[in-house]
Write a protein that binds this ligand. Structure first.
Ligand code: ADP
Length: 269
């Protein structure tokens, strides 16, 4: 269903704030200049989507973001015939639009999509750079500025949903992780305007929580959740309450684990 696709076109008016963590900006630009597709791996909430939005704006390219899910089909990406005023009209999907216009198509959590999507992605992701549109008989050659970017979270990978080597081997790959301490503090300050001491405390709480991964917590505190906590604090919320709501309750349903996490917070603030 078309409506299930988050189809976001962003313009280059404002460049979204992004704090680099390594050489990812340079690598992205090189990949784009050389028409190479890019795969970004990393846990949820670590900055992948923000990075792509930042790069699209920086390069002045339209961005089409698609959050992939298990019902997403090739037609959702490529397009379909729609009936309007009794007439059948062809409507380009987000991938086709990016291919025609020379934009970036970003497929978030690509391994979630149905397998038939690989049929359209393969010829686009290698040096052919073509998109065959079966339903219209069109064979589109990608605009020189077109770039395919996909992401996935290796932590969620399972045998059924892993990325096939034949797909994977068509991409230049970048691995993302949570930002280093000073970077993450700068992100919280840049995103929310909180003071350096509060940013320091929030990052230290996140790091303590991250150390509990696989023991008491299945999910770790993402930068996104820290931004939420910082936003509440900036709004005047009591810090321990903000952390409880944005971090503890979001990360666990277990009362004992929650109490242990709250202790870490109380000891920090
Ligand atoms: P992902 O796509 O990896 O799930 P996002 O890109 O949506 O994560 O990041 C979640 C939030 O974390 C962003 O909205 C932003 O507030 C913040 N963030 C994470 N990393 C960065 C960064 N390097 N620079 C700026 N903001 C960041």
């Amino acid at each position: 269903m078309m409506s299930a696709v988050t189809n976001l076109k962003e313009t280059a008016e404002a460049i979204p704030f992004y704090k680099p963590n390594g050489s990812e900006v340079e690598l992205f630009e090189r990949a784009w200049r050389n028409t190479l597709p890019l795969l970004i791996k990393g846990p949820t909430g670590c900055g992948k989507t923000r990075f792509v939005a930042h790069m699209a704006a920086r390069l002045g390219l339209p961005l089409y973001t698609v959050a992939c899910h298990d019902d997403l089909t090739a037609a959702d990406l490529v397009g379909r015939h729609l009936i309007a005023n009794g007439e059948t009209v062809w409507c380009d999907g987000p991938l086709t639009r990016a291919v025609r216009e020379g934009g970036i198509c970003y497929l978030d959590e690509v391994v979630e999509a149905r397998k038939d999507t690989t049929v359209v992605l393969h010829p686009l992701a290698d040096d052919r750079r073509i998109l065959p549109i079966d339903r219209t008989g069109e064979l589109l050659e990608a605009h020189p500025s077109f770039m395919l970017v996909v992401s996935y979270n290796p932590g969620y990978q399972n045998f059924l949903k892993g990325m096939k080597p034949s797909t994977r081997q068509r991409f230049v790959s970048l691995s993302f992780d949570f930002p280093a301490t000073l970077q993450e503090e700068a992100i919280l300050m840049g995103e929310t305007g909180i003071d350096p001491m509060t940013a320091k405390r929030l990052v230290s709480i996140a790091q303590a929580f991250r150390a509990l991964r696989d023991h008491d917590l299945e999910e770790v505190a993402s930068t996104r959740l820290l931004v939420y906590a910082a936003t509440l604090i900036k709004d005047g919320c009591e810090p321990a309450l903000a952390c409880h709501a944005a971090l503890v309750e979001t990360l666990t349903d277990d009362p004992d684990t929650a109490a242990a996490l709250d202790e870490v917070i109380e000891a920090t603030f």
